[in-house]
Write a protein that binds this ligand. Structure first.
Ligand code: HBI
Ligand code: FE
Length: 307
């Protein structure tokens, strides 16, 4: 018997849509997530993380992000309630935030995005991880990602990305699609009135990369090409060697929509072709980085991030 592995059945929504609240005696898990209770110290930690970013972001974060923070009132004090965020978001763009306790499987992640649900970590980092955490916690996800869900064009892009995820699984090109997420949703830069601004959540949720991505001479800053980025390796646990720049969310949406994911997947080799710090003849380079930070050995080597 032959099995056609290219056909992924569409599962009914009930499989993934879990209630936001469940009886307290049943512990939360990712199949039936709930937002957890936070301690007084958790709320205080959120406030400190929030205040630290707010000292850095004016003039560095794109205006859509700053506007989203205000509209959702994420700075009212303490870890925000998802229910309150959702009441706003639903009317603005039809998106919702769903609490998850950890990294969830790729297909579930894509299924949520394709249905305008953003899976957000419900746990908060410990104080020892104040400066850096690899897993996405509630501060990274809610402070970093959720403000842009208020922007209707970015909201379209993220939903299209979720749909593209299903196709990527079918074509076995998930790594390539993850690179696109990485260099846009997590570490994207944007030109605003001729100046670089950040919109990526991985940049905006931490102080070191907020400054490095925008002001260091070390990293390349290159205009986004979808085909190029999907062939480019990336660092999960260090500052990026290259940042990709868009002119607007409308441009981001058009670049991906116009190209279409199916033809890209068909043309891609299984692995990455370009190194993190590569520049190509076909690149439109705004700033050719010195790569000093990475040449000195990157994270753990004591290399100065202002290099
Ligand atoms: N799960 N909670 C959570 N958050 C993510 O960002 C996430 C995930 N699962 C898979 C995943 N991301 C990747 O597939 C994306 O980088 C494409
Ligand atoms: Fe993230």
């Amino acid at each position: 018997m032959t099995v056609d592995y290219t056909r992924i059945p569409q599962l009914p929504a009930e499989v993934f849509v879990a209630p936001l609240r469940k009886p307290a005696h049943l512990g939360a898990d990712w199949l039936e997530p709930a937002q957890r209770d936070y301690s007084t110290d958790d709320h205080r930690l959120w406030d400190e993380l929030f205040a630290r970013q707010m000292r850095l972001l004016p003039g560095r974060a794109c205006r859509e992000f700053m506007r989203g923070l205000e509209r959702l009132e994420l700075g009212r004090g303490g870890v925000p309630e998802f229910a309150a965020i959702n009441a706003h978001l639903r009317t603005l763009t039809g998106w919702e935030v769903v609490p998850v306790p950890m990294l969830i499987p790729d297909h579930v992640f894509f299924y949520h995005l394709a249905n305008r649900r953003f899976p957000a970590g419900n746990f908060l980092r410990k104080r020892e991880q104040f400066d850096y955490i690899e897993e996405p916690d509630v501060f990274h996800d809610v402070f970093g990602h959720v403000p842009l869900l208020t922007d209707s064009t970015f909201a379209e892009y993220l939903q299209a990305y979720g749909r593209a995820g299903w196709k990527a699984l079918r074509y076995n090109r998930l790594k390539a699609l993850s690179a696109l997420y990485w260099y846009t949703v997590e570490f994207g830069l944007m030109l605003e009135d001729g100046a670089f601004r950040a919109y990526g959540a991985g940049i905006l949720s931490g102080p070191t990369e907020t400054v490095f991505a925008l002001e260091s001479a070390s990293p390349h800053r290159i205009h986004l090409s979808v085909d190029r980025v999907m062939r480019t390796d990336y660092a999960i646990s260090d500052l990026q060697a290259s940042y990709f720049v868009i002119e607007s969310f409308a441009e981001l949406f058009h670049l991906t929509e116009q190209r279409g994911f199916e033809p890209i997947y068909e043309s891609l080799a299984p692995g990455f072709v370009y190194a993190k710090s590569a520049t190509l003849d076909t690149d439109h380079i705004y700033h050719r980085g010195t790569q000093e930070y990475h040449l000195r050995g990157g994270r753990g080597s004591g290399a100065a991030v202002t290099a």
